[in-house]
Design a binder for this molecule. Sequence first.
Ligand code: ADP
Ligand code: MG
Length: 385
Amino acid sequence: MTDPARPGPAGEVADRAAAGFLHRYGEPPAGRWAAPGRANLIGEHTDYNDGFVLPFTLPLRTVVAAAPQDGGRWTVWSELSDSPVEFGIAEVTASGRVAGWGAYVAGVVWALRDAGHPVPGARLAIASDVPVGSGLSSSAALEAAVLAALVDLGGVDLPAERRPRLAQRAENAYVGVPTGIMDQSAVIRCRPGHALFLDCRTESVEHIPFDLAAAGLAMLVIDSRAPHRHAGGEYASRRASCEQAAKLLGVAALRDVPAAGLDEALALLDDDETRRRVRHVVTENQRVLDTLDLLRAGRIRDIGPLLTASHASMRDDFEITVPEIDTAVEAALAAGAHGARMTGGGFGGCVLALIDADRADAVTAAITTAYAARNFPAPNFHRLP
Ligand code: ADP
Ligand code: MG
């Protein structure tokens, strides 16, 4: 059985999950299973265009402590909720549904059963230090940790490369959130100290060494704390624009428009907004490939300008940034960051800033000051390594 206990915060979270289980159910769990949060280094809104992404995991994790329970019933406690969620077979068949946060757990049970795997009834207790709703993928971390627990408890042989689709189905078809394959792939397939290059069309991956400390660098992950304004509707409308543009261009997905053919493709579109949406996706895919080349050559510092160009493209062409996010990026760059960009779907979420390790305090202070000057609520900072 997987034992995710490690020193540091991850160990604390695992201990909390086990202690929570003992407290709620009066006996120790059979095991603990973990999945991390993630950030996407570069490649935004490329996943549903069959393109490229480059996520890496964070030293934040969701841990599920679990044990089997008789009778085809599932009981779930989370630290984040005062009351448990309980459901049975009826809620994980075609007709039944669990609402609220429990849907992420029930959705995994549903997706496993729907794929023909046996799922034992179980009692679960969840602890996490992945911030919820900040774009660091607490939802995929929860799905992946629950999936790992249920698969192990059920003795199911489900290789890692088949798990992301299953977790994604739970989120898309059961919870009802239309996300691409990146989040689940990242939290299940990323290796520590590496970024994961993922081709979202083929789902082929390459593990790219991403050792910030060895390069004297650090990554600040800045939670903008901007409220997600209309994020769902805007996401759907960006996705629809891209699909419509692919149709007009006669390609299966915008991934099929090469950067070298961008001008030619833009000339075929008569709507300026659509042209800008296409330009973002096509140039962003190329930036992922350029970043990949630099990382393969061990040149982490040199990816800075690509990160910053990605941000400008999201701000000006894809129009998915908000003032808090732009403020954090500008302040980081002014304080000497090598590059900075929003990460995640947009309209809030987090900013990444690639900095010299010894500049962390100065960049953090600069962003805090810029926020205060605009009366934004203070941002939260995570730092890697
Ligand atoms: P993100 O994945 O960026 O954190 P989402 O909106 O996709 O944000 O997912 C957040 C939702 O996932 C929460 O509202 C909650 O329903 C569920 N969730 C995530 N982590 C937990 C947890 N530890 N306990 C209970 N629910 C959680
Ligand atoms: Mg999510």
